[in-house]
Design a binder for this molecule. Structure first.
Ligand SMILES: Cc1cc2nc3c(=O)[nH]c(=O)nc-3n(C[C@H](O)[C@H](O)[C@H](O)COP(=O)(O)O)c2cc1C
Length: 304
């Protein structure tokens, strides 16, 4: 098979392929442009941004675990005004669709950021309601379907920019949270963020992370993520970005088969700066080897 159509339609736009750089693992994108052509990404999600600058949690903030990584970065970022004035103009020189991941300590803060993003050259806003590494904001919105509904509904009224909601796996029923997002007017759902975890040094009896607990990502969480993407895809109509432990093209195909339209790559970027590009090429190889002419034909095709 000569030509394989790797594009997917997502939020009214044709992405060149389904691979999306996941928030917090690709910085603001330009750093990676030294290693790869970032225009070859389906989309690029920037590090989580808050109203004011955040210095993040005390070190150590990242540690390896068997088949994964625990991080407790704590949303370190320069704040929305600095981002809009100094980073976004450079990033928007590239044709890659840019997704802005945002966090707030209150509904008002989310709306404040969203209003500042109005008329900026961005593709979509991703509401991070799932960060396990901050005391206030993030995950506290993401573990109750009522507070998710209230937040998304209020932000929806504040903007017409496409809204993606990023869900936490640290809940009993992920479908309940996803349905609330859809009912409140979200355009898409991104799942999953990291699973809460911790690491201990038995000799010193001390936690390894400065924040004591952190979020687990990487191959260790892939089965959980696949299960959640599959469950949610059967309960909502809006498209999904599936992620969690995607390390190669076959992993990406699995997420699409489970029901994701696009596939996020996070921890793999920490292992290899070319990860997104490699995974996209491997996904194309997977299609070629399996006589698939359009990658989008994989979406939601689990046989059971
Ligand atoms: C170091 C690090 C920082 C992260 N920062 C953010 C963030 O700022 N906002 C967010 O929504 N998710 C953040 N995440 C979560 C990832 O975007 C992704 O949802 C998660 O790691 C699962 O995908 P993976 O297994 O491919 O890494 C971060 C993950 C890591 C490893």
């Amino acid at each position: 098979m000569n030509s394989i159509d790797m594009s997917v339609d997502f939020l009214g736009r044709k992405l060149v392929n389904p691979i999306v750089a996941a928030s917090g693992t690709f910085s603001f994108g330009m750093e990676h442009s030294e290693f790869m052509d970032i225009e070859q990404l389906g989309a690029l999600t920037v590090k989580g941004i808050t109203v004011d600058e955040k210095i993040g949690n005390p070190p150590p903030r990242i540690t390896e675990t068997p088949s994964g990584v625990l991080n407790s970065i704590g949303l370190q970022n320069p704040g929305i005004d600095y981002f809009i004035d100094n980073i976004l103009p450079r990033l928007s020189q590239y044709s890659v669709p840019v997704i802005i991941n945002i966090s707030g300590e209150s509904v008002q803060e989310y709306c404040q950021i969203v209003r500042k993003l109005e008329n900026q050259p961005i593709f979509a806003i991703e509401l991070n309601i799932s960060c396990p590494n901050v005391d206030k904001g993030g995950i506290e919105f993401g573990t109750s379907s009522q507070s998710i509904y209230n937040l998304v509904k209020t932000v929806r009224k504040a903007t017409d920019i496409p809204l993606i909601v990023k869900l936490s796996p640290n809940v009993t029923d992920i479908c309940e949270m996803a349905i609330s997002c859809e009912q409140a007017g979200a355009d898409a759902i991104c799942l999953i963020n990291t699973l809460k975890g911790m690491a201990i040094d038995a000799k010193t009896r001390r936690p390894i992370l400065g924040n004591i607990v952190g979020g687990l990502s990487g191959p260790a969480i892939k089965p959980v993520a696949l299960r959640m993407v599959w469950e949610v895809s059967r309960r909502v109509e809006i498209p999904l970005i599936g992620m969690g432990g995607v390390m190669d093209g076959q992993d990406a195909a699995e997420f699409m088969i489970a029901g994701a339209t696009a596939v996020g790559v996070g921890t793999a970027n920490l292992v290899h700066p070319y990860a997104c590009e490699n995974i996209s090429l491997q996904l194309k190889d997977f299609c070629r080897e399996n006589n698939i002419s359009c990658v989008s034909s994989l979406i939601g095709t689990l046989k059971y």
